[in-house]
Write a protein that binds this ligand. Structure first.
Ligand code: NAD
Length: 432
Protein backbone atom coordinates (compact mmCIF):
# COMPACT_ATOMS: atom_id res chain seq x y z
CA UNK A 1 0.00 0.00 0.00
CA UNK A 2 1.94 2.98 -1.26
CA UNK A 3 -0.68 5.70 -1.64
CA UNK A 4 -2.78 6.91 1.27
CA UNK A 5 -5.66 9.34 1.07
CA UNK A 6 -6.16 10.82 4.55
CA UNK A 7 -9.35 12.75 5.31
CA UNK A 8 -9.12 15.35 8.09
CA UNK A 9 -5.88 17.27 8.72
CA UNK A 10 -6.46 18.28 12.35
CA UNK A 11 -4.69 17.37 15.59
CA UNK A 12 -4.65 13.70 14.58
CA UNK A 13 -4.69 13.63 10.77
CA UNK A 14 -1.92 16.15 10.13
CA UNK A 15 0.75 14.47 12.27
CA UNK A 16 -0.34 11.01 11.09
CA UNK A 17 -0.20 12.02 7.41
CA UNK A 18 3.21 13.63 7.92
CA UNK A 19 4.55 10.50 9.63
CA UNK A 20 3.36 8.30 6.75
CA UNK A 21 4.88 10.70 4.21
CA UNK A 22 8.24 10.68 5.96
CA UNK A 23 8.03 6.87 6.13
CA UNK A 24 7.93 6.86 2.33
CA UNK A 25 4.20 6.69 1.57
CA UNK A 26 2.56 9.05 -0.93
CA UNK A 27 -0.04 10.87 1.13
CA UNK A 28 -2.96 12.84 -0.26
CA UNK A 29 -4.06 14.97 2.69
CA UNK A 30 -7.65 16.13 2.38
CA UNK A 31 -9.33 18.89 4.35
CA UNK A 32 -12.04 21.25 3.14
CA UNK A 33 -11.30 23.87 5.82
CA UNK A 34 -10.02 27.14 4.26
CA UNK A 35 -8.04 27.81 7.47
CA UNK A 36 -6.24 24.47 7.23
CA UNK A 37 -5.69 24.89 3.48
CA UNK A 38 -4.29 28.40 3.87
CA UNK A 39 -1.88 27.37 6.63
CA UNK A 40 -0.63 24.28 4.79
CA UNK A 41 -0.20 26.06 1.48
CA UNK A 42 2.27 28.29 3.34
CA UNK A 43 3.96 25.14 4.69
CA UNK A 44 2.67 25.95 8.19
CA UNK A 45 1.06 23.49 10.58
CA UNK A 46 -2.43 24.75 11.41
CA UNK A 47 -2.16 23.61 15.04
CA UNK A 48 0.27 24.28 17.87
CA UNK A 49 2.02 21.04 18.80
CA UNK A 50 5.67 20.56 19.74
CA UNK A 51 7.88 19.73 16.71
CA UNK A 52 4.86 19.46 14.40
CA UNK A 53 5.92 22.48 12.34
CA UNK A 54 9.24 20.85 11.48
CA UNK A 55 7.59 17.51 10.71
CA UNK A 56 4.94 19.04 8.43
CA UNK A 57 7.49 21.19 6.59
CA UNK A 58 9.70 18.12 6.06
CA UNK A 59 6.73 16.07 4.82
CA UNK A 60 5.63 18.77 2.35
CA UNK A 61 9.19 19.42 1.15
CA UNK A 62 9.72 15.69 0.58
CA UNK A 63 6.96 15.92 -2.03
CA UNK A 64 5.19 12.98 -0.39
CA UNK A 65 2.46 14.98 1.39
CA UNK A 66 0.09 16.78 -0.98
CA UNK A 67 -2.83 18.76 0.37
CA UNK A 68 -6.15 19.17 -1.40
CA UNK A 69 -9.82 19.72 -0.67
CA UNK A 70 -11.28 16.55 -2.21
CA UNK A 71 -10.28 12.88 -1.84
CA UNK A 72 -8.70 10.96 -4.71
CA UNK A 73 -8.18 7.25 -5.48
CA UNK A 74 -5.52 5.57 -3.31
CA UNK A 75 -4.51 2.17 -1.96
CA UNK A 76 -5.62 3.05 1.58
CA UNK A 77 -7.99 5.65 3.00
CA UNK A 78 -7.78 6.96 6.55
CA UNK A 79 -10.64 8.90 8.12
CA UNK A 80 -9.63 11.29 10.94
CA UNK A 81 -12.58 13.69 10.95
CA UNK A 82 -14.28 15.16 14.06
CA UNK A 83 -16.78 13.15 16.08
CA UNK A 84 -18.23 15.79 18.42
CA UNK A 85 -21.10 15.39 20.80
CA UNK A 86 -24.52 16.49 19.59
CA UNK A 87 -25.37 18.98 22.36
CA UNK A 88 -29.11 18.34 22.01
CA UNK A 89 -28.98 14.56 22.43
CA UNK A 90 -25.58 13.99 24.13
CA UNK A 91 -24.94 11.39 21.45
CA UNK A 92 -22.09 11.16 18.97
CA UNK A 93 -22.50 13.36 15.93
CA UNK A 94 -21.34 10.95 13.24
CA UNK A 95 -22.25 13.21 10.32
CA UNK A 96 -18.58 13.97 9.51
CA UNK A 97 -17.75 10.26 9.40
CA UNK A 98 -20.78 9.60 7.25
CA UNK A 99 -19.87 12.38 4.81
CA UNK A 100 -16.26 11.21 4.59
CA UNK A 101 -17.43 7.64 3.89
CA UNK A 102 -19.76 8.86 1.14
CA UNK A 103 -16.90 10.77 -0.47
CA UNK A 104 -14.67 7.70 -0.41
CA UNK A 105 -17.21 5.10 -1.62
CA UNK A 106 -17.19 6.09 -5.31
CA UNK A 107 -13.37 6.05 -5.36
CA UNK A 108 -12.95 2.53 -3.96
CA UNK A 109 -11.22 -0.24 -5.89
CA UNK A 110 -10.90 -3.92 -5.11
CA UNK A 111 -8.20 -4.54 -2.48
CA UNK A 112 -8.39 -1.05 -0.95
CA UNK A 113 -8.18 -0.57 2.83
CA UNK A 114 -10.34 1.96 4.68
CA UNK A 115 -9.32 2.82 8.26
CA UNK A 116 -11.50 4.83 10.61
CA UNK A 117 -9.27 6.62 13.14
CA UNK A 118 -11.92 8.93 14.59
CA UNK A 119 -13.22 7.96 18.04
CA UNK A 120 -16.71 6.50 17.65
CA UNK A 121 -19.36 4.58 19.63
CA UNK A 122 -18.99 0.78 19.56
CA UNK A 123 -20.55 -0.65 16.40
CA UNK A 124 -19.95 2.35 14.11
CA UNK A 125 -17.45 0.68 11.76
CA UNK A 126 -19.69 -2.35 11.30
CA UNK A 127 -23.09 -0.66 11.25
CA UNK A 128 -22.43 2.76 9.69
CA UNK A 129 -19.12 2.78 7.79
CA UNK A 130 -19.25 -0.67 6.17
CA UNK A 131 -22.81 -0.29 4.76
CA UNK A 132 -21.95 3.09 3.19
CA UNK A 133 -18.78 1.70 1.62
CA UNK A 134 -20.78 -1.30 0.37
CA UNK A 135 -22.76 1.11 -1.82
CA UNK A 136 -19.67 1.02 -4.06
CA UNK A 137 -20.70 -2.51 -5.03
CA UNK A 138 -17.58 -3.92 -3.33
CA UNK A 139 -18.11 -6.36 -0.47
CA UNK A 140 -16.81 -5.18 2.94
CA UNK A 141 -14.27 -7.60 4.34
CA UNK A 142 -13.94 -9.43 1.02
CA UNK A 143 -13.32 -6.91 -1.78
CA UNK A 144 -12.46 -4.00 0.45
CA UNK A 145 -10.74 -4.17 3.84
CA UNK A 146 -12.22 -2.06 6.66
CA UNK A 147 -10.78 -1.40 10.12
CA UNK A 148 -10.95 0.86 13.14
CA UNK A 149 -7.55 2.01 14.42
CA UNK A 150 -8.22 4.54 17.17
CA UNK A 151 -5.74 7.18 18.25
CA UNK A 152 -4.49 7.21 21.84
CA UNK A 153 -2.03 10.10 21.64
CA UNK A 154 -1.75 12.85 24.22
CA UNK A 155 -1.84 16.43 22.90
CA UNK A 156 1.51 18.00 23.70
CA UNK A 157 3.24 14.65 23.03
CA UNK A 158 1.48 13.63 19.83
CA UNK A 159 4.59 13.01 17.73
CA UNK A 160 6.34 10.88 20.32
CA UNK A 161 3.22 8.91 21.16
CA UNK A 162 2.18 8.35 17.53
CA UNK A 163 5.39 6.44 17.06
CA UNK A 164 5.86 4.82 20.47
CA UNK A 165 2.36 3.93 21.72
CA UNK A 166 0.93 0.48 21.32
CA UNK A 167 -2.09 0.66 19.08
CA UNK A 168 -5.13 -1.27 18.04
CA UNK A 169 -5.96 -2.63 14.61
CA UNK A 170 -9.62 -3.61 14.84
CA UNK A 171 -10.75 -5.32 11.66
CA UNK A 172 -14.16 -6.07 10.28
CA UNK A 173 -12.54 -9.48 9.67
CA UNK A 174 -9.14 -10.86 10.81
CA UNK A 175 -7.79 -10.16 7.30
CA UNK A 176 -8.89 -6.52 7.63
CA UNK A 177 -7.06 -6.23 10.98
CA UNK A 178 -3.95 -7.71 9.36
CA UNK A 179 -4.02 -5.21 6.46
CA UNK A 180 -4.46 -2.30 8.86
CA UNK A 181 -1.64 -3.51 11.11
CA UNK A 182 0.64 -3.81 8.04
CA UNK A 183 -0.08 -0.22 7.08
CA UNK A 184 0.85 1.22 10.49
CA UNK A 185 4.10 -0.73 10.75
CA UNK A 186 5.39 1.97 8.37
CA UNK A 187 6.13 4.19 11.38
CA UNK A 188 4.68 2.67 14.60
CA UNK A 189 7.31 1.28 16.93
CA UNK A 190 4.84 0.18 19.62
CA UNK A 191 2.98 -3.12 19.55
CA UNK A 192 0.07 -3.33 17.09
CA UNK A 193 -2.68 -5.40 18.67
CA UNK A 194 -5.15 -7.09 16.32
CA UNK A 195 -8.79 -7.36 17.34
CA UNK A 196 -12.24 -6.84 15.87
CA UNK A 197 -13.50 -3.38 14.99
CA UNK A 198 -16.20 -3.15 17.66
CA UNK A 199 -13.80 -4.22 20.42
CA UNK A 200 -11.30 -1.59 19.24
CA UNK A 201 -14.05 1.06 19.37
CA UNK A 202 -15.07 -0.05 22.85
CA UNK A 203 -11.48 -0.11 24.13
CA UNK A 204 -10.81 3.46 22.98
CA UNK A 205 -13.89 4.91 24.68
CA UNK A 206 -13.32 2.78 27.79
CA UNK A 207 -9.86 4.29 28.17
CA UNK A 208 -11.15 7.85 28.16
CA UNK A 209 -14.10 6.94 30.35
CA UNK A 210 -11.72 5.42 32.89
CA UNK A 211 -9.90 8.76 33.08
CA UNK A 212 -13.13 10.73 33.36
CA UNK A 213 -14.58 8.57 36.13
CA UNK A 214 -11.36 8.70 38.11
CA UNK A 215 -11.07 12.47 37.80
CA UNK A 216 -14.68 12.67 38.99
CA UNK A 217 -13.71 10.65 42.06
CA UNK A 218 -10.79 13.00 42.73
CA UNK A 219 -13.14 15.97 42.34
CA UNK A 220 -15.63 14.41 44.72
CA UNK A 221 -12.81 13.92 47.24
CA UNK A 222 -11.97 17.63 46.80
CA UNK A 223 -15.56 18.68 47.53
CA UNK A 224 -15.64 16.48 50.63
CA UNK A 225 -12.25 17.80 51.78
CA UNK A 226 -13.51 21.37 51.61
CA UNK A 227 -16.46 20.43 53.85
CA UNK A 228 -14.49 18.49 56.45
CA UNK A 229 -11.52 20.84 56.60
CA UNK A 230 -8.87 18.74 54.89
CA UNK A 231 -6.29 19.62 52.26
CA UNK A 232 -7.22 17.14 49.52
CA UNK A 233 -3.84 17.49 47.81
CA UNK A 234 -2.07 16.35 50.95
CA UNK A 235 -4.65 13.58 51.46
CA UNK A 236 -4.17 12.35 47.87
CA UNK A 237 -0.39 12.45 48.23
CA UNK A 238 -0.63 10.27 51.31
CA UNK A 239 -3.25 7.91 49.85
CA UNK A 240 -1.12 7.37 46.74
CA UNK A 241 1.58 5.83 48.92
CA UNK A 242 -0.71 2.79 49.04
CA UNK A 243 0.72 0.36 46.48
CA UNK A 244 -2.64 -0.17 44.75
CA UNK A 245 -4.08 3.36 44.89
CA UNK A 246 -3.60 6.10 42.33
CA UNK A 247 -6.02 8.98 42.90
CA UNK A 248 -5.89 11.46 40.01
CA UNK A 249 -5.77 15.26 40.35
CA UNK A 250 -8.89 17.29 41.08
CA UNK A 251 -9.45 20.50 39.14
CA UNK A 252 -11.98 22.93 37.69
CA UNK A 253 -13.47 20.22 35.45
CA UNK A 254 -12.56 18.00 32.54
CA UNK A 255 -12.22 19.24 28.99
CA UNK A 256 -10.76 18.59 25.60
CA UNK A 257 -12.07 16.79 22.60
CA UNK A 258 -11.89 13.31 24.15
CA UNK A 259 -12.33 12.76 27.88
CA UNK A 260 -15.29 15.09 28.32
CA UNK A 261 -16.99 13.68 25.23
CA UNK A 262 -16.26 9.97 24.76
CA UNK A 263 -17.99 8.68 27.93
CA UNK A 264 -21.28 9.81 26.38
CA UNK A 265 -20.59 7.39 23.49
CA UNK A 266 -20.90 4.54 26.01
CA UNK A 267 -23.96 6.06 27.65
CA UNK A 268 -25.63 6.25 24.24
CA UNK A 269 -24.70 2.64 23.50
CA UNK A 270 -26.51 1.21 26.55
CA UNK A 271 -28.40 4.01 28.30
CA UNK A 272 -30.33 1.70 30.64
CA UNK A 273 -27.14 -0.03 31.87
CA UNK A 274 -25.03 2.97 32.88
CA UNK A 275 -24.90 4.68 36.29
CA UNK A 276 -21.29 5.52 37.20
CA UNK A 277 -20.47 7.10 33.85
CA UNK A 278 -23.26 9.72 33.72
CA UNK A 279 -22.74 10.55 37.43
CA UNK A 280 -19.07 11.15 36.76
CA UNK A 281 -19.87 13.43 33.82
CA UNK A 282 -22.26 15.35 36.08
CA UNK A 283 -19.61 15.77 38.80
CA UNK A 284 -16.95 16.95 36.36
CA UNK A 285 -19.33 19.24 34.51
CA UNK A 286 -20.39 20.71 37.87
CA UNK A 287 -16.87 21.80 38.82
CA UNK A 288 -16.85 25.16 36.97
CA UNK A 289 -19.93 26.17 38.97
CA UNK A 290 -18.18 25.12 42.15
CA UNK A 291 -15.17 27.27 41.20
CA UNK A 292 -17.54 30.19 40.70
CA UNK A 293 -18.92 29.58 44.20
CA UNK A 294 -15.38 29.65 45.60
CA UNK A 295 -14.67 32.89 43.71
CA UNK A 296 -17.83 34.32 45.19
CA UNK A 297 -16.52 33.74 48.70
CA UNK A 298 -13.44 35.81 47.80
CA UNK A 299 -15.13 38.68 45.99
CA UNK A 300 -18.64 39.57 44.79
CA UNK A 301 -19.69 40.84 41.35
CA UNK A 302 -19.11 43.26 39.67
CA UNK A 303 -15.51 42.87 40.83
CA UNK A 304 -12.71 42.75 38.24
CA UNK A 305 -11.35 39.22 38.04
CA UNK A 306 -8.35 37.98 36.12
CA UNK A 307 -8.82 34.39 34.97
CA UNK A 308 -5.47 32.79 34.20
CA UNK A 309 -5.82 30.08 31.58
CA UNK A 310 -8.42 29.33 28.94
CA UNK A 311 -7.30 26.02 27.43
CA UNK A 312 -8.54 22.68 28.71
CA UNK A 313 -5.13 21.76 30.13
CA UNK A 314 -1.59 23.07 30.45
CA UNK A 315 0.75 23.81 27.53
CA UNK A 316 -1.78 23.24 24.71
CA UNK A 317 -3.69 25.73 22.54
CA UNK A 318 -6.93 23.73 22.50
CA UNK A 319 -10.00 25.33 24.10
CA UNK A 320 -12.53 22.66 23.09
CA UNK A 321 -14.82 21.74 26.02
CA UNK A 322 -12.47 23.70 28.26
CA UNK A 323 -13.74 23.96 31.86
CA UNK A 324 -11.73 27.19 32.18
CA UNK A 325 -13.84 28.67 29.41
CA UNK A 326 -16.97 27.51 31.22
CA UNK A 327 -15.81 29.24 34.43
CA UNK A 328 -15.28 32.41 32.37
CA UNK A 329 -18.77 32.17 30.86
CA UNK A 330 -20.35 31.69 34.29
CA UNK A 331 -18.36 34.58 35.77
CA UNK A 332 -19.51 36.88 32.96
CA UNK A 333 -23.12 35.71 33.42
CA UNK A 334 -22.87 36.52 37.14
CA UNK A 335 -21.73 40.07 36.46
CA UNK A 336 -17.98 39.90 37.11
CA UNK A 337 -15.77 42.11 34.97
CA UNK A 338 -13.74 39.28 33.51
CA UNK A 339 -10.30 39.51 31.89
CA UNK A 340 -8.86 36.38 30.34
CA UNK A 341 -5.19 35.59 29.97
CA UNK A 342 -3.58 32.65 28.18
CA UNK A 343 -0.27 32.81 26.34
CA UNK A 344 -1.20 29.75 24.25
CA UNK A 345 -4.48 31.12 22.91
CA UNK A 346 -4.90 33.62 20.04
CA UNK A 347 -7.05 36.66 20.88
CA UNK A 348 -9.20 36.03 17.76
CA UNK A 349 -10.17 32.53 18.97
CA UNK A 350 -13.94 32.23 18.45
CA UNK A 351 -16.17 31.87 21.51
CA UNK A 352 -14.13 33.74 24.12
CA UNK A 353 -16.64 35.35 26.53
CA UNK A 354 -14.31 38.20 27.61
CA UNK A 355 -11.24 40.01 26.30
CA UNK A 356 -7.99 38.02 26.18
CA UNK A 357 -5.23 40.23 27.54
CA UNK A 358 -1.51 40.03 28.17
CA UNK A 359 -0.75 39.11 31.78
CA UNK A 360 0.08 42.64 32.94
CA UNK A 361 -3.17 44.06 31.61
CA UNK A 362 -5.17 41.16 33.01
CA UNK A 363 -3.74 41.63 36.50
CA UNK A 364 -3.74 45.43 36.61
CA UNK A 365 -6.23 46.63 39.25
CA UNK A 366 -7.82 43.18 39.50
CA UNK A 367 -9.90 42.49 42.60
CA UNK A 368 -9.17 38.77 42.46
CA UNK A 369 -7.18 36.30 40.40
CA UNK A 370 -8.19 32.72 39.59
CA UNK A 371 -5.66 30.22 38.27
CA UNK A 372 -7.56 27.86 35.98
CA UNK A 373 -4.80 26.26 33.91
CA UNK A 374 -1.35 25.39 35.23
CA UNK A 375 0.62 26.65 32.23
CA UNK A 376 4.29 27.03 33.10
CA UNK A 377 4.01 30.76 32.38
CA UNK A 378 1.62 31.09 35.34
CA UNK A 379 3.52 28.79 37.67
CA UNK A 380 6.59 30.91 37.07
CA UNK A 381 4.78 34.25 37.27
CA UNK A 382 6.78 37.15 38.70
CA UNK A 383 5.05 37.41 42.10
CA UNK A 384 6.43 40.87 42.88
CA UNK A 385 4.97 42.12 39.61
CA UNK A 386 1.65 40.42 40.37
CA UNK A 387 1.60 41.95 43.86
CA UNK A 388 2.32 45.39 42.44
CA UNK A 389 -0.40 45.18 39.76
CA UNK A 390 -3.49 43.79 41.47
CA UNK A 391 -5.73 45.98 43.60
CA UNK A 392 -6.82 43.33 46.06
CA UNK A 393 -4.49 40.47 46.78
CA UNK A 394 -6.83 37.50 46.51
CA UNK A 395 -6.12 34.43 44.46
CA UNK A 396 -7.90 31.13 43.96
CA UNK A 397 -5.74 28.24 42.74
CA UNK A 398 -7.86 25.50 41.16
CA UNK A 399 -4.85 23.35 40.21
CA UNK A 400 -2.69 23.38 43.34
CA UNK A 401 0.00 24.78 41.06
CA UNK A 402 1.09 27.81 43.07
CA UNK A 403 3.62 28.11 45.85
CA UNK A 404 1.19 29.08 48.60
CA UNK A 405 3.87 30.32 51.00
CA UNK A 406 5.43 32.56 48.33
CA UNK A 407 2.08 34.14 47.43
CA UNK A 408 1.21 34.63 51.11
CA UNK A 409 4.59 36.24 51.66
CA UNK A 410 3.53 38.90 49.08
CA UNK A 411 0.38 39.55 51.11
CA UNK A 412 -2.04 37.44 49.06
CA UNK A 413 -5.02 35.66 50.56
CA UNK A 414 -4.89 32.32 48.74
CA UNK A 415 -7.74 29.85 48.36
CA UNK A 416 -7.09 26.42 46.89
CA UNK A 417 -9.66 24.10 45.33
CA UNK A 418 -10.08 21.07 47.57
CA UNK A 419 -8.70 22.75 50.66
CA UNK A 420 -11.10 23.37 53.51
CA UNK A 421 -10.86 26.39 55.75
CA UNK A 422 -9.68 24.44 58.79
CA UNK A 423 -6.93 22.84 56.68
CA UNK A 424 -5.86 26.31 55.64
CA UNK A 425 -5.80 27.54 59.21
CA UNK A 426 -3.65 24.54 60.13
CA UNK A 427 -1.24 25.19 57.27
CA UNK A 428 -0.94 28.83 58.27
CA UNK A 429 -0.39 28.23 61.97
CA UNK A 430 3.22 28.81 63.13
CA UNK A 431 3.56 25.23 64.39
CA UNK A 432 2.33 23.69 61.13
N1 NAD B 1 -7.17 15.58 19.44
C1 NAD B 1 -6.85 14.49 20.10
O1 NAD B 1 -6.02 14.54 20.99
C2 NAD B 1 -7.46 13.14 19.78
C3 NAD B 1 -6.93 12.00 20.41
C4 NAD B 1 -7.46 10.76 20.09
C5 NAD B 1 -8.52 10.67 19.20
N2 NAD B 1 -9.04 11.80 18.61
C6 NAD B 1 -10.14 11.64 17.68
O2 NAD B 1 -9.67 11.86 16.36
C7 NAD B 1 -10.70 12.46 15.57
C8 NAD B 1 -10.19 13.75 14.96
O3 NAD B 1 -9.88 14.64 16.02
P1 NAD B 1 -8.99 15.94 15.82
O4 NAD B 1 -8.67 16.44 17.17
O5 NAD B 1 -7.88 15.67 14.85
O6 NAD B 1 -10.07 16.91 15.11
P2 NAD B 1 -9.81 18.31 14.40
O7 NAD B 1 -11.08 19.07 14.48
O8 NAD B 1 -8.53 18.90 14.88
O9 NAD B 1 -9.55 17.91 12.87
C9 NAD B 1 -10.50 17.32 12.07
C10 NAD B 1 -10.36 17.89 10.66
O10 NAD B 1 -11.25 17.17 9.79
C11 NAD B 1 -11.67 18.06 8.78
N3 NAD B 1 -12.82 17.49 8.09
C12 NAD B 1 -14.13 17.49 8.44
N4 NAD B 1 -14.86 16.82 7.51
C13 NAD B 1 -13.98 16.37 6.56
C14 NAD B 1 -14.12 15.62 5.38
N5 NAD B 1 -15.31 15.15 4.95
N6 NAD B 1 -13.02 15.38 4.64
C15 NAD B 1 -11.82 15.80 5.04
N7 NAD B 1 -11.62 16.52 6.18
C16 NAD B 1 -12.69 16.79 6.93
C17 NAD B 1 -11.92 19.35 9.54
O11 NAD B 1 -11.91 20.48 8.66
C18 NAD B 1 -10.76 19.37 10.54
O12 NAD B 1 -9.65 20.12 10.07
C19 NAD B 1 -11.90 12.65 16.51
O13 NAD B 1 -12.77 11.56 16.40
C20 NAD B 1 -11.25 12.65 17.88
O14 NAD B 1 -12.15 12.24 18.87
C21 NAD B 1 -8.51 13.03 18.88
Amino acid sequence: MNTICLLGLGYIGLPTGSMFALAGKDVIGVDPSPRVQAALQDGQASIDEPELQTLVAAAINSGRLRVQTRPAPADAFIIAVPTPLDPLTNRADLSYVERAAREIAPLLRRGNLVVLESTVPPGTTRDLLAPILAESGLRPGLDVFIAHCPERVLPGRILVELEQNDRLAGGLTPACAERAADLYTAFVKGQIMRTDATTAEMVKVMENTFRDVNVALANEFALIAERVGVDVWEAIRLANHHPRVNVLRPGPGVGGHCIAVDPWFLVGAASDAVRVIPSSREINDGMPRHVLGRLNTLVAPPARVALLGVTYKAEVDDVRESPALRVAELAVEHGYAVRLCDPHVRPDTPGLPAPLLPIEQALRDADAVVLLVDHRAFRELDLDLAAALVSHKRILDTRNALDRAAWRARGFEIGVLGVGLQARAHAESPSA
